[in-house]
Write a protein of this length. Sequence first.
Lengths: 145, 118
Amino acid sequence: MDKLGSKTIIGAGASFNGKIINARVIEINGKMNADLTADKVTIGEVGHFDGAIRADLVVVSGHYEGKMQAGSVWATATASISGKLHYETLQMDRGAALNCHVVHNWKAKNTAAAPSENDDADLLMQATLDKAKNVAVPTSPEEGA
Amino acid sequence: MFGKNRDSPVAPQNLSQINEDVRIRGTITVSEPLVMAGQLDGDVNADKLKFASTAIITGEITAQSLTIDGRVLGSIVADKVSLSATAHFEGQLYCQDVAVDDGAYVNAKFTKEPVTNG
């Protein structure tokens, strides 16, 4: 078996066109025109990425253009980002160029908060049902008689 | 979260490698060595190319030197090709020098071509 380590690397002399899925850790120093799904993406200083990224963590030191959906984004001093950026946490170094639509993703937090309210509602409903039963039980024998 | 690789988040590398978990549909053009261990549905253009034993390639491959340990389905245009014992190749082969190891599965049409590709 050949082991390459855990990283996928697109070298400085490489150009790629297409779709990549299931790349766990990917480092891009070349030119990419792609739709990428990964855990961790690093766009190097000489890297050019054009296209969509979906990842947990994206470190941008090069040029990015497209729609990025990431848990954490780190734009280093040499980064230039344009397009759309959806993030949970964002870190920008002094000098980073963001020229894009930046959206913080609230979704996860809202769904996390929702169940507790439902639980309360369920308890309330249960209590009402119990009460209704208690009231209903004595009346039924009379109806039977 | 970001602290681990703060010193040099990006060290420029010329080597390209595609990991075994990765699945790709598209075209790769590389002027430097490329090691491919994942699944590719598309074309590859490279100088020095190696398909690891986990690689599954479907498409057209153009290279100067090519080493195959994995599965390839398609056509290959290269100067030098070596198929190792774990290689599985079906398709067409246009090349100058071929080396096939004992145990390699080859079901292909060979053509000796005096072409040089980059």
